[in-house]
Design a protein around this ligand. Sequence first.
Ligand code: ATP
Length: 322
Amino acid sequence: DGDGPPPLSPLQKLTTDMCKDEKTIKELIIGRRVGFYKVRGEIGYGTFSRVKLAFHALTRDKVALKILDRTRMDPQAQRLLSREIGSMEALQHPNVVRLYEVVETPCRLYLVLEYAGGGDLHNRICSEGKLCDTACKITFAQILAAIKYMHGINIIHRDLKAENILFTCSGCVKVADFGFSTQVSNRSAALDTFCGSPPYAAPELFRDECYLGPQVDVWAMGVLLFFMVTGTMPFRAETMGKLRRCIMDCAYSVPPWVPGPCQRLIRGILKAAPAERCAVDQMLGCDWLLPVEFPWSPLAARPLGPLRGPPESERGSLEDEE
Ligand code: ATP
């Protein structure tokens, strides 16, 4: 979208300066240790990354260590990574994965992330078939709270999908993967890059025209809600061309057994014209969500950080370490 990489934060500058000194690098990355973190088992892989479980040596808090090999990254991947770091540094919300620290060496970049050990929404739906009504409401409300916060500070995620919605071991939702996110200078700024996963892509992304960022996230929320409630995707096709047509025609049908208020919400979100889609505040106040008593307030900010200490369930035990 034309905006360059964001400036380095004081923490990045500090680690970059530290890493210019060879001796410091050796002290930072010693064997299975990165900075203050002791590296343990593998969590998963991305295109350019490996994600490992790690423990803070003093507090024993678990973190997810995303390890990126810079030598394998082309300029486009490096640009996306800068955006991911820039967005994550700006975001502090109980329903967004926190970036605690960036450790940099000449070949590698280590992102120290809040650990979400409860799996992702895609796997959960696949193993449970679909989510029950209460689980849908609690999950959806937390994603909405994260989106409301992000959009409030002009960050658009652009890759909302079930694989990027993680859970902590205690079931709290954490929106992850800000690789396609962008920070717009004002809410009416137009974007023109196709981002994200096609089954979640809004119709305007398939038209050769500029689009307003927040509405593509709103559309993806509609696809996510449909997927959570029914266990199937609203737009499915054997070829990309057919999928594109389905989405542009807004050709989906909500099964009749879906509760009426939820059906109305899905139809209010999945509208071809971006301006007609429900606003995030309308969704938060809709009939379907309101009767739910949340175990915690989805909008209350709860400061989290390795030194402050997450709940006991997110901490490492002595047995984990050996
Ligand atoms: P790609 O980079 O190709 O889009 P990706 O986004 O899945 O792939 P990563 O973000 O590197 O790649 O994540 C790889 C795996 O690690 C995924 O399975 C993801 O669920 C898991 N993961 C990522 N961040 C965390 C985290 N903070 N806590 C727990 N697991 C995580």
